[in-house]
Design a protein around this ligand. Structure first.
Ligand SMILES: Nc1ncnc2c1ncn2[C@@H]1O[C@H](COP(=O)(O)OP(=O)(O)OP(=O)(O)O)[C@@H](O)[C@H]1O
Length: 289
């Protein structure tokens, strides 16, 4: 990390802090018999499905599965970035056709614009969708969100002055600025060191609990999935299907200490067994192309 970069501690959880209050609850997600194929070198690649999944408003779902099983494909279909080949996808009860207003997305890289300040980056989605005037009017809200993730003092800094974890926190604010009911997160902290990643997961869980938003979180990491989720949806190797679902009945908010507990380890084992079933099914010849 260059020396001029700054770091900031996350603020302690404050139940009274309502800066990220958006809709009272998150939106539902409905996925029914969704299939996605791609054409590669003239051949059809069966990447996903059929997959069916219903996610309740305010629920936190982790999509867990081996590399290439179609997790990102499913997330991008829910987020309207990629059309399904067949099947039905609804967010908030409405068919997905393009990126729904209710959806906010976050990826492994924060991809902040280098020539805009942190605050201006957070305001970018509003500027794109509703213009500069609306973005200016939303400045107090951007500052509230930056406060919420401990970046209040960094609003006027440029992205290259912040550490990777701080840039991801700014990306969380950018995702929340339009008050989306559903957060779609594709390995958002995968590029961060383990300690920062753990902090970010605690922070994300806190924001989701505080605001009641629905979240769909893609990960390869079993313990991360169990730590964050109400339900861990385990996918089999390509073509990705649901191998099974683990209901995680651990009180929230969760402290990282919970990871050493016996119930947590049991959930991890359950998810690992389901992953193994998915691998075995794929390697025994049921995998399609
Ligand atoms: N645009 C595309 N064209 C052709 N094949 C694709 C395309 N996008 C994805 N695929 C294939 O679909 C399958 C699923 O890809 P996807 O990225 O959704 O998997 P994933 O589970 O998210 O993987 P990872 O965990 O490694 O990111 C892979 O075999 C991938 O190569």
């Amino acid at each position: 990390m260059p020396q001029h970069r700054m770091t900031a501690d996350l603020p302690a959880a404050d139940p009274k802090n309502s800066a990220a209050d958006g809709p009272a609850t998150g939106a539902s997600v409905h996925v029914h018999d969704v299939v996605r194929t791609f054409t590669r070198d003239g051949e059809t690649v069966h990447a996903l499905g059929p997959v069916s999944l219903d996610i309740e408003p305010g629920e936190f779902v982790a999509l867990l599965g081996p590399s290439g099983c179609g997790k990102s494909t499913l997330l991008n279909i829910i987020g309207g970035l990629l059309p399904q080949t067949s099947g039905v996808v609804q967010v908030g009860g409405t068919d997905v056709d393009g990126v729904p207003d209710e959806v906010g997305m976050m990826f492994q890289k924060a991809v902040l614009l280098a020539w805009r300040t942190i605050r201006e980056n957070v305001l970018l989605p509003i500027e794109i969708s509703r213009g500069r005037k609306a973005a200016k009017a939303a400045t107090p809200r951007a500052d509230e969100l930056l406060d919420l993730v401990g970046l209040g003092a960094f609003a006027d800094k440029m992205p290259n002055e912040l550490s990777g974890g701080m840039q991801q926190r700014a990306a969380i604010c950018r995702m929340l600025i339009q008050d989306p009911g559903v957060l779609l997160l594709d390995e958002p902290f995968g590029a961060l060191d383990e300690f920062t990643r753990e902090h970010m997961n605690v922070e994300l869980a806190r924001i989701c609990k505080l605001t009641g938003r629905t979240a769909v979180f893609v990960t390869h990491a079993i313990s991360e999935a169990v730590f964050l989720a109400d339900r861990v949806v385990v996918m089999s190797a390509r073509p990705g299907r649901i191998a099974g679902i683990v209901d995680v009945d651990l009180i929230k908010p969760r402290d990282p200490e919970v990871m050493t507990s016996a119930p947590f380890q049991n959930y991890v084992r359950e998810a690992r067994d389901l992953l193994k079933i998915g691998y075995d099914a794929a390697s025994s010849g049921t995998e399609e192309h």
